[in-house]
Design a protein around this ligand. Structure first.
Ligand code: ADP
Length: 296
């Protein structure tokens, strides 16, 4: 098959890992920077151009879209899909997953366990919103944050109020979230590919830090997930329409609580920690899905 990785970082570990996995399985692999793609729409002929070359030879794409490239990335994916190219990540699920509030709304309605989370007018109803997530200490999350940036633990009500006030002034949208103390600076990541969790790891924050992001110096180790954890991860992906995702959960007294769904999960941490060829499993899923389409 002719498979393109849509990525802004040709040298990134994840991009390279997917490239090698595809080549090993005898596919023709291409690297396309989606920010350099133009979309031309005319009657019955949607086309994607990379720089000035028409890209009309692909069977499948693997989008690797960073948070800041979501809008452009989703538009390019949509155009390829309209041209009949199979995408392992569709544009709607990408947009849903990148909107933390929207995805939390969908998951709460469907019975997926989450830390109690609130959004609203913090100036009008500060006490109500704070109490609805259990009061202080409380976690405050900037909606546009990634890699743990903009995730703050406010130990007291007074601190929470001043942080909320500051974000309101900066016109940043935020969520308030119940602090899961018993997670003790650890979280778990399940890597879902198709209908399976193919790899999983536990991450532990460095001393004095409650955020277990690898970008913030957390350490990681492989972990065997419980069936509830596996089902929570798979159900969340199914709900949002994600075929590949990194699902982050906190282990709490009331079971796994989902905190984050990453539609373009980094592969370096999970592959190095678990020694599992996740990129290979993604290519295999494309092979299965694409052949299903051909036989239809
Ligand atoms: P990001 O998407 O920026 O990584 P997350 O919501 O995943 O933000 O939070 C970053 C880290 O902070 C998590 O990996 C977890 O370790 C910790 N964390 C997040 N939410 C909570 C919470 N409600 N209670 C306790 N720890 C949390």
């Amino acid at each position: 098959m002719n498979i393109a990785i849509l990525s802004r970082g040709p040298g990134l570990y994840s991009t390279q890992s997917l490239l090698i996995a595809g080549q090993k399985r005898n596919h023709r692999m291409f690297l396309i920077d989606y920010s350099d793609c133009s979309l031309v729409m005319e009657r019955n002929r949607p086309m994607v151009y990379y720089k000035e070359e028409p890209i009309d030879y692909l069977d499948a794409i693997i989008p690797r879209v960073g948070a800041s490239g979501t809008f452009h990335g989703a538009s390019v994916i949509q155009q390829f899909e309209m041209m009949g190219v199979y995408s392992i990540l569709s544009s709607e699920p990408l947009l849903r997953a990148r909107n933390k509030l929207r995805s939390f709304q969908m998951m709460s309605r469907s019975g997926i366990r989450l830390p109690r989370t609130a959004f609203g007018s913090y100036t009008e109803r500060p006490d109500f919103l704070l109490e609805s997530v259990g009061g202080a200490p409380v976690v405050i999350k900037v909606l546009s944050g990634t890699h743990g940036m903009g995730v703050i633990l406010a130990e007291s009500r007074k601190t929470a109020e001043s942080i909320i006030e500051a974000f309101q002034k900066l016109k940043e949208q935020i969520l308030l979230q119940e602090y899961i103390r018993e997670a003790r600076g650890e979280d778990i990541r399940a890597l879902v590919v198709g209908d399976e969790v193919v790899a999983s790891m536990k991450r532990k924050a460095p001393p004095g830090e409650f955020r277990a992001n690898l970008h913030r110096g957390a350490s990681s180790s492989p972990i065997k997930l419980t069936s509830t954890e596996i089902n929570t991860a798979k159900e969340a992906c199914r709900l949002l329409g994600l075929k590949v995702a990194g699902v982050d959960m906190l282990q709490s007294h009331r079971g796994p609580l989902l905190i984050e769904l990453n539609p373009s999960p980094g592969l370096e941490g999970i592959e190095e920690t678990t020694k599992i060829d996740v990129a290979g499993k993604i290519i295999e899923l494309i092979e299965t899905e694409a052949s299903k389409r051909l036989s239809r």
